[in-house]
Each structure stands twice: as structure tokens, then as C-alpha cells.
Design a binder for this molecule. Structure first.
Ligand code: GLC
Length: 747
């Protein structure tokens, strides 16, 4: 009787509250809540723990084969989720085991690292970020999800949004670079792209924002290394992109390998409860990184895996990736009273909620359609986008006159081209790191792209050397080819395994003997164009001095060769801008644009100021830098007022003119500097940008608005607020060359 009365009173309350949306919203939640709670009530403790367990499926040399042990684990409900299993046929076989042969028929989640494409591969994320084109970046994620979901997947371990300011760390290639403002916008765009408007849409994937948190700040750039920083730096620099992804609706979060503030992220109640749940209101699923619960023993944070399991669950981890810790110890921990079953129930509810939202309970075979798989793999749409985003990800670093003429775009007078280098006729390395099920047989190499683009020219191709090792046997042929050509195009850099996970490098020059090859080719006296293909900023001071034209192409994916050919011939005018600084050398790391001024800022005339004896303070190429085949002039920077109150908005306008002879896109960037704060502030912070196309001779007026909200930071007592005071405004085509103005913020 009592519960009925309660239910009636709840219903009355609902109808008293005006607006169908409130009732409707509660009904939707209540429907899912009712379904999930009812299912939970039927589950044994072992079955609950099975839903908190994620294992990789096994593979043999010819393709996916189910490891015998997982078949048994799925059957017994001990494993409710898999990753690295894909294709409709394989996943249908697995799903059938779960939904037709287990006691409760709970569908499996299928996760995979769809980072920058599934089979059709787009540029590595750090390259794609250089497009500064948020719509296109979102489209990459949306199309990657479409192709991957059509292959039976429903969850991706992406976007990776770790801020990175140390190019020794190989995983910089997976993120969006050094800046929290741009990184946050890109994190949100990728999250929206993967998830679309509804998780139950069979062409979308649940996103998983990673690696939470601050994994990119590993000491020495050594992967998995210790991370230690102030809470202010964490909140100001490293957390914003994760928060942006959560605000964009990310369904899941992955805890990172590293420690922070002395506790491994996977056991950090500060990160997984205080920040993620309490401050950000995240209700989704937290999954660990690969065996990161087990690794809490190595960290010296847990006596054994059993204690690690207790710590991880208590901190807020819902699912154990590959570690088997939950599977092996949670029953015992409940029996010993060290954890409660209600804590387990909370985690299981989040897993079941995700499966519900993905539509898997409605139709467990929802993502398994053979025709859709055929239609959406390597589709015309996918291949067209792969070219479009690749073109826009290329950054022109240098295009100096050589013998009185600029080498790019290629002149029709160039009849004989020597194409040299280990990445010139290379398929697999164009896919870059984390290329999922990328199929290199579909890759367009530089040689193939160039042949199509300059068919009337003669192209002499020779490899010259590898991206690794000491073999110089190919040098002679390379030098001969260069000597007989009008121009040399040199495709050099890193192979896909020299960046990404577990690929930190202490020396960031060209690997192997490529630098020697470069210098010998330049010594022939022929004009040289370098295609720099690496997963990270490299240390290239010699190249920057001696090579007239350098295109930073990074690893551009399936249509790499076509995109590069389009830029070389001028069919596409390069518009990319760097999102991570190129250091002068390794000793300069960390180097990034939003440094602090210090008490003794550089003064070349004064020995006792902050500088090096052997290199300048500036990076070789700065954040926001990138050239075009045309040129742009900035003028008439105007601020709508000299003073604004906390409630006002400041309008900033600038005139941008295309002063060259070709149409081109420019990324107009807006930075601020807070001159005095209750804590020291960076000399520059990106607060806005606009990418626009200008025809030759065209002038456009570009407008930005700034309000007190844009000027907030973590003040002396860590409150997030704007403080009255003087500010500088800087607008330009990079973080260095800017027009400046000033205003004051008053109470
Ligand atoms: C890896 C990576 C993580 C990835 C996971 C599953 O170790 O750190 O980014 O999503 O394992 O492959």
C-alpha cells in the first residue's frame, strides 16, 4: 500500500510540474532505469562482475579467431564486453553466443581503437588538428564511426585529447597539440562526430575520452612516465579538453596509466570522483586503460592485485580492460566486506545503461548488417573526405626562392623530377600510428599521386635508404637521380611505428641515415622540396636552413599521395597551421607558445636574463605557424572600447588582405595577455580563431568578441574567475606575428 501511495504521489508531483518535457524526460529515464534495475535484480554477483570485464578478442595470422577461453567466459557471463573484434560476420558469431546461449542474454559491447579512421584512414589526429577546421574534424569522426559501426563496432576508444608539450612523447601524434582552448574545441568536435545525435543510431559509436588524466605530461617524454604538476596547471592546461568532451556528451571515459599527485589515475578518487563525477556531473562509464588496475602494484600503490581492484572500484572505475582483476577478486572482496555489492551495482548500471542507449537490448544485432558493411566501407564519400581533410592538414613550413624562384607550387618548366626517400612509394607508413583495420592496399603513395598529377613530366624514383638502420647502399642511385633531375622531392621522416604508444624518442632528428641522405642530395646543388612525414614535431635545424621548400605532411592516411600531389602542383593551396611547436633542439623542450614571462624575460643585451647560450628562446616553428602560396596582410586592428566591465562584451575587428596572386585560406588567430593577476599569467593565450578563404587582392574584415568569461583563470585560491586589470589583445596568422591592442577590464 505504502509504495503505491508513494508512486501516486510521485506521479501527481510530475503532473503538477509544468511542461511535458519534464514529465517526458523523467519517463525516458524511468523507462531505462526500470529496465536496467529489473535486469540487475536478476543478475548473480558473478554475472554482474562479468559486465565489468572487458577482454581483447584473439587473432590469428589470417584474421579474427575467438580465443577458446573467451568463448567460455562469454557463455558463463564472466565476460560481457570485447575489444579488437570487428567485421559483421565475426561480431555476429560472438553476439550470438551472448544473446542466445547465456542465461540472461545480455548483449556484448564491441570496442576498438578507431582513432583516425577504421579501414579508410584519415590523417593522424595531430596532423588533422593543423587544419583548424572544426567542421571537417567532426566529419572525420562521423565518417570513421559510420564505417566502423557498419563493421559491427559500437564503441571507440577515442578521442584521445591529452595535451602534449613534449615531442619526445610518441603519443603526441594521437592528440591535438599543446593548447587547451583549441584542444577543447577539437575534443568536443570529435566526440560529437563519433556519437552523432543518438547512440542507438547504427552508424555511430560511443566515444571514450582518454586518457584521463594528464597522460601527455610524462616526465622526460617517456611513455607511461610519472606525471606531477600543480593542481592549477592541471586544471588550467590539461583538464579542459577532457571536460569539453564530457560536456559534448562523451558516453565513456578511460582512466590513464600514469600517476598524478602520487596516485595512479586508475585509483584516483580525486580524478574519477571529485572532478569527473562531482564537479563535471559525468554519469557515464569509466573504463581503465589496458591492465592499468594490475599496474597499480608496480606503481607501489597497491600491495597486490586484489587491493588494486578494491582501490579502483572505490575510486570509480566501472570496467576493467584486460586485467582480469575484477573477475578474479571482486567476489572475494564482497565476501570479506571490503566492498559492498551496491558499489558493484553502480558500475553495472552504467554498463547496462550504455548498452541500453546503444539500442542493443532492443536489437543485439543492430550493428550487424552485411549490406551496410559493404556499402559503407571505402565508399566514395569516405575516399573523398580522406583527400579533403588530408589536403587541409598539410603545413607549408618553408618556400624560399632558390636560384631566384620559389619551388612551390611546381613550375611547368620542371620536366624531370627525382622523387627520393623511404616514404616516397610507401603505403603502410602513410596510415600512421593506431591505424585500426586500415588497409594499406588502398593507400595512394606519393609516387602514384605525383604520376597522376604531373603525367607529362618524367619522374625518376629511388628509395635512397630506409627510415631506420645504417644502410647507405641506396645513396649512389639517389645522388645520380638527383643530379639528372630539374628538381628533387624528398619524402623522409618517421615510419608509423616510430610514433604512437611506447615510441618515445630522445633524439628527434630524422631517424636512421636520412639526414645524411638529405645533405648529400642538397649537395648536388639541385632545388630540393622535402615532404616531412613524421608523427611528431622533429628537430630539423639543418633542413630549415638549407632546404628551400618544406611541407610538413605528417602521416595523411589513405589518400596521402593525392593530397600531397595536389599541394605540390598548387591544385590545393596549403592552409595548415601548426598546433604543436617545433623545438630548436631537444634541450629546448618543453617549448610552447603560452610560456610565462618570468622575472627576467629575455633581453639579448643583458646576460642575466632567461635564455640559452647556444640557441634562441623561440621554437624553430611556433604554434599557429603555417605559410601559403599567397600572402596575407593584417591591418586596422580595432577594439570597440578601451574599457569593459564584467558584464560587457568587447568587439575586436581586423582587416585581412590577400596580397598575393592566388586564392588562399588563412587562420586568423586571436590571443590575449592578462598583464597582472593574483597568479602569474602566460604571455599569450589563444581565445579565438576563424579560418577564411580570400581571393587574391581581397580584403575581409574579421570580427571577434571577448567577454569577462573568456578571461577567466584559476586565481590564487583556485576559483575560476576573471580579475579586473589591463589586457593585451593580439591578432595574427600565427602566435608570433600579431597586431596588438589593449583594454582594461573593470569591476
Ligand atoms: C592501449 C592504449 C589505449 C588503447 C587501449 C586499447 O594501451 O593506451 O589508448 O585505447 O590500450 O587498445
Amino acid at each position: 500500500m505504502k509504495s503505491k501511495l508513494l508512486r501516486i504521489s510521485v506521479l501527481i508531483l510530475l503532473y503538477v510540474i509544468p511542461g511535458i518535457s519534464c514529465t517526458k524526460r523523467v519517463e525516458i529515464d524511468r523507462t531505462r532505469e526500470k529496465f536496467v534495475n529489473s535486469l540487475l535484480s536478476k543478475m548473480t554477483l558473478e554475472e554482474k562482475i562479468g559486465q565489468m570485464t572487458l577482454y581483447t578478442s584473439g587473432w590469428d595470422v589470417t584474421g579474427p579467431v575467438l580465443n577458446a577461453s573467451y568463448r567460455k567466459d562469454i557463455l558463463t557471463g564472466r565476460c560481457g564486453n570485447l575489444f579488437n573484434a570487428h567485421t559483421v560476420s565475426y561480431n555476429r558469431e560472438l553476439q550470438k553466443i551472448a544473446v542466445e546461449n547465456t542465461r540472461l542474454k545480455i548483449p556484448l559491447l564491441f570496442g576498438y581503437d578507431v582513432i583516425h579512421g577504421y579501414k579508410t584512414i584519415f590523417p593522424v589526429p595531430l596532423a588533422e588538428a593543423c587544419s583548424w577546421d572544426l567542421e571537417l574534424i567532426e566529419k572525420s569522426a562521423r565518417l570513421a564511426a559510420k564505417e566502423a559501426a557498419s563493421a559491427g563496432l559500437n564503441w571507440t576508444f577515442a578521442p584521445m585529447v591529452d595535451i602534449a608539450r613534449d615531442p619526445r612523447w610518441g603519443r603526441v601524434t594521437e592528440g591535438a597539440g599543446e593548447d587547451p582552448y583549441l584542444g577543447g574545441l577539437i575534443a568536443a568536435a570529435r566526440t560529437r562526430g563519433f556519437q552523432g545525435d543518438s547512440l542507438s543510431d547504427p552508424l555511430t559509436l560511443a566515444a571514450c575520452v582518454k586518457h584521463f588524466a594528464a597522460y601527455g605530461a610524462a616526465e622526460g617524454g617517456r611513455d607511461y612516465g610519472t606525471v606531477d604538476m600543480s593542481e592549477r596547471t592541471l586544471r588550467e592546461v590539461y583538464l579542459p579538453p577532457y571536460h569539453a568532451a564530457v560536456k559534448a556528451g562523451a558516453a565513456t571515459v578511460m582512466s590513464s596509466f600514469n600517476e598524478l599527485f602520487g596516485s595512479p589515475a586508475t585509483g584516483s578518487r580525486f580524478l574519477l570522483y571529485q572532478v569527473l563525477r562531482k564537479e563535471w556531473g559525468f554519469h557515464g562509464l569509466v573504463v581503465t586503460d589496458y591492465t592499468s588496475i594490475n599496474e597499480m602494484v608496480n606503481h607501489g600503490y597497491s600491495m597486490d592485485e586484489k587491493q588494486a581492484g578494491e582501490q579502483a572500484l572505490t575510486a570509480g572505475v566501472d570496467m576493467d580492460m584486460q586485467g582480469g582483476v575484477y573477475q578474479n577478486y571482486l567476489v572475494q572482496l564482497v565476501k570479506e566486506g571490503k566492498i559492498t555489492e551496491s558499489l558493484i551495482d553502480q558500475a553495472v548500471i552504467r554498463v547496462l545503461n550504455l548498452k541500453y542507449d546503444l539500442g542493443l537490448f532492443d536489437d543485439p544485432y543492430r550493428y550487424l548488417d552485411d549490406q551496410r558493411e559493404k556499402d559503407n566501407t571505402f565508399s566514395i564519400e569516405m575516399m573523398a573526405h580522406s583527400l579533403d581533410i588530408a589536403q587541409k592538414s598539410i603545413v607549408l613550413l618553408r618556400n624560399e626562392p632558390f636560384n631566384g624562384a620559389r619551388q612551390l607550387p611546381l613550375s611547368p618548366a620542371v620536366r624531370r623530377i627525382a622523387l627520393i626517400g623511404p616514404l616516397a612509394d610507401n603505403r603502410i607508413d602513410m596510415l600512421g600510428t593506431w591505424h585500426a583495420a586500415g588497409d594499406e592496399t588502398h593507400v595512394v603513395t606519393v609516387l602514384e599521386g605525383l604520376k597522376k598529377a604531373v603525367s607529362e613530366s618524367q619522374i625518376i624514383y629511388t628509395k635512397g635508404c630506409e627510415t631506420f638502420g645504417e644502410d647507405r647502399a641506396g645513396f649512389a642511385n639517389a645522388i645520380r637521380a638527383a643530379s639528372n633531375a630539374d628538381l628533387v622531392i624528398l619524402a623522409i621522416g618517421e615510419n608509423y611505428g616510430q610514433s604512437g604508444e611506447a615510441a618515445s624518442r630522445s633524439i628527434l632528428g630524422l631517424p636512421g641515415v636520412q639526414q645524411e641522405l638529405l645533405e648529400k642530395i642538397v649537395a648536388t646543388g639541385k632545388p630540393v622540396v622535402v615532404l616531412l612525414m613524421a608523427g611528431r614535431p622533429l628537430v630539423i635545424p639543418w633542413m630549415a636552413q638549407h632546404v628551400p621548400a618544406i611541407l610538413n605532411t605528417s602521416h595523411l592516411g589513405t589518400r596521402a599521395g593525392d593530397a600531397i600531389a595536389d599541394v605540390l602542383t598548387g591544385k590545393y593551396n596549403p592552409s595548415g597551421k601548426l598546433t604543436m611547436s617545433f623545438p630548436q633542439n631537444e634541450g629546448q623542450i618543453p617549448v610552447y607558445y603560452s610560456m610565462k614571462n618570468t622575472g627576467r624575460p629575455l633581453d639579448p643585451a643583458n646576460k642575466y636574463t632567461s635564455k640559452y647560450l647556444d640557441i634562441p628562446n623561440e621554437p624553430l616553428y611556433e604554434f599557429g605557424y603555417g605559410l601559403s602560396y599567397t600572402s596575407f596582410k593584417y591591418s586596422d586592428l580595432k577594439l570597440s572600447s578601451k574599457q569593459i566591465s564584467m558584464a560587457d562584451t568587447l568587439t575586436v575587428t581586423v582587416e585581412v588582405t590577400n596580397t598575393g596572386f592566388a586564392a588562399g585560406e588563412e587562420v586568423v588567430q586571436l590571443y590575449i595577455r592578462d598583464l597582472v593577476g593574483s597568479v602569474t599569467r602566460p604571455v599569450k593565450e589563444l581565445k579565438g580563431f576563424k579560418k577564411l578563404m580570400l581571393q587574391d587582392g581581397e580584403t575581409l574584415s574579421v570580427k571577434f568578441t571577448l567577454s569577462a568569461g573568456d578571461l577567466r583563470f584559476y586565481t590564487a585560491d583556485l576559483t575560476y574567475a576573471a580579475e579586473p586589470g589591463k589586457f593585451r589583445v593580439m591578432v595574427g596568422g600565427s602566435s608570433v606575428k600579431c597586431l596588438e591592442g589593449g583594454f582594461e577590464l573593470v569591476k
